[in-house]
Design a protein around this ligand. Structure first.
Ligand SMILES: *Cc1c(COP(=O)(O)O)cnc(C)c1O
Length: 399
C-alpha cells in the first residue's frame, strides 16, 4: 500500500535523497494516532524515533507553543530570554546537572560535550584529548560525533575522521581499561545503546565505567539523547544505574517534537565554556524552550512518568510472550527497558515493518536486525494490546 504517491514524487524531485522514507505522507496526528493525506490511521509505536513522548497535538504543549508564539520567537543569545532559564531550572532541579547549554539536536549536544571535555583539560594544562566510545554506539552525524559513533559504515567516505577517538567493545570493562591513558579526556557512552540495537549494558558496567573514569581522571559523559526524559521508566536513565555522570546530553524527547538539544553538566566543568568558546544561534530559542518546559511539567506533574513506567512493563511482558511463543527461528530475544523496546529478529526487519504499516501500525528498526518500539509515553494499555496483536500476526506470517 503506497498512499499519497504524488507527494512522494514531488519529494523525489526536490529533496536530497539521503533518506528512504516509507511510502506514506503523514499530515496530522492526535495522541498516539497518525493520519496520512487520505485519512488512513496509524498507531504510532515509534514516536518520531523516541521523540514525541506526549503524543501528537498534545493540548498542554500546544498551549505552551501558542502562548510563546504570540510573545517572542527568537532574539539569539545576545539577550536573556526567560523560557530557556525556566527550562534549565527544570533540568537542574531534577538531575545532577547544575548548568545547561542549549542547542538544537542530539549531535550538537554531544559535540558540545566532547568540546567541553577537551577544553576543560586544555584549561588545566593537561594534555588530555582522547575520547573512548563504544562499538555499536550512535552519537550523531557531525564529523566529531560520527567519529565517536561506533559503526564504521557511517564513516565511509567522510575521512579523515576526528583524531583521538577509539572504540571499546560494548559491555567490556577490560577493553575500556586497555584504551584509557593519561591522554584520555572522556569516556562517552549511551546508558542503553539505542540505534545500535537496544543493547542494555551488562549489570555493573556503567558503575565500572564511573570507577575507571575516576581512577583515570577523565570525564564520564552519558549520551541520554534517546533514553532521557522518561523513556526507560525514570526521568533519566542514569538514575536506575546508581551512577552519576559528569556530563549528560539530551535531545530527542526533550522538546516533545520541537527541535532542541541540551548539554548538562556541573558548575565546575561548565567553566570551560567561557564567552567566545562555543555557541549556537538558535540554542535556547524561546519557542523550543517554552515547549520543553511544558514537557517537564506534563512528565512530572501530569503523571506521565508513572504511567510510562507501567506501560513499559506491560509492553516488555507482551514482547517476551511473543518471543517465547514464536521461538528463535523468528524472534531471538526481546530487549529493552521502559518504553524503549527491541525484538531481535532472526531475519531483517524490513518486511515486518512494511506489513505492520499496511495494517496501520508504525514500528521502526535499529541495528542488528532489531525491530524497535519507542511509542509516546502516553500510550494506553489498549493501544499496546492492539499493537502487540498486529505485530504477533505479522511475525507469524512473515517469519
Ligand atoms: C538520535 C541520537 C543522536 C543524534 O541526534 P540528532 O538529533 O539526530 O543529531 C545522538 N545520540 C543518540 C543516543 C541518539 O539516539
Amino acid at each position: 500500500m503506497t498512499t499519497n504517491p504524488e507527494i512522494a514524487a514531488r519529494g523525489a524531485e526536490v529533496l536530497v535523497a539521503n533518506y528512504a522514507p516509507q511510502p506514506i505522507a503523514l499530515v496530522r496526528g492526535e495522541g498516539c494516532t497518525l493520519y496520512d493525506a487520505e485519512d488512513n490511521a496509524f498507531l504510532d509505536l515509534m514516536g518520531g524515533i523516541a521523540t514525541t513522548t506526549l503524543g501528537h497535538a498534545n493540548p498542554r504543549l500546544r498551549t505552551a507553543l501558542e502562548e510563546q508564539a504570540a510573545k517572542l520567537w527568537h532574539v539569539s543569545n545576545l539577550y536573556t530570554t526567560e523560557p530557556q532559564i525556566r527550562l534549565a531550572e527544570r533540568i537542574t532541579s531534577n538531575s545532577f546537572a547544575e548548568a545547561v547549554y542549549f542547542c538544537n539536536s542530539g549531535a550538537e549536544a554531544n559535540e558540545a560535550a566532547l568540546k567541553l571535555a577537551r577544553r576543560h583539560f586544555h584549561d588545566r594544562k593537561e594534555e588530555r584529548f582522547e575520547i573512548v566510545a563504544f562499538d555499536g554506539a550512535f552519537h550523531g552525524r557531525t564529523l566529531f560525533t560520527v567519529s565517536a559513533t561506533g559503526t564504521p559504515a557511517y564513516w565511509e567516505g567522510f575521512g579523515p575522521m576526528v583524531q583521538g577517538i577509539s572504540h571499546a567493545a560494548w559491555g567490556d570493562l577490560d577493553s575500556v581499561r586497555g584504551l584509557l591513558s593519561e591522554r584520555t579526556a572522556a569516556i562517552l557512552v549511551e546508558p542503553i545503546q539505542g540505534e545500535g540495537g537496544i543493547r542494555l549494558p551488562p549489570p555493573g558496567f556503567l558503575q565500572g565505567l564511573r570507577k575507571l573514569a575516576d581512577e583515570n581522571g577523565c570525564l564520564l559523559i552519558f549520551d541520554e539523547v534517546q533514553v532521557g526524559m522518561g523513556r526507560t521508566g525514570s526521568l533519566f536513565a542514569y538514575e536506575q544505574e546508581d551512577v552519576i555522570p559528569d556530563v549528560m546530553t539530551l535531545a530527542k524527547a526533550l522538546g516533545g517534537g520541537i527541535p532542541i538539544g541540551a548539554m548538562c553538566t556541573t558548575r565546575e566543568l561548565s567553566r570551560a565554556l567561557v564567552p567566545g568558546t562555543h555557541a549556537s544561534t538558535f540554542g535556547g530559542n524561546p519557542l523550543a524552550c517554552a515547549v520543553a518546559a511544558a514537557v517537564f511539567e506534563e512528565l512530572l506533574e501530569g503523571g506521565v512518568l508513572d504511567h510510562a513506567k507501567l506501560m513499559g512493563e506491560k509492553l516488555g511482558r507482551g514482547l517476551e510472550e511473543i518471543a517465547a511463543e514464536l521461538g528463535p527461528d523468528r524472534v531471538i530475544e526481546a530487549r529493552g527497558r521502559g518504553l524503549l523496546r527491541g525484538l531481535a529478529l532472526a531475519n531483517a526487519p524490513g518486511p515486518v515493518i512494511d506489513r505492520c504499516r499496511e495494517r496501520g501500525v508504525l514500528v521502526i528498526s535499529a541495528g542488528g536486525n532489531v525491530l524497535r518500539l519507542a511509542p509516546p509515553l502516553i500510550i494506553s494499555a489498549d493501544e499496546i494490546d492492539h499493537g502487540l496483536s498486529v505485530l504477533r500476526e505479522v511475525l507469524l506470517e512473515v517469519g
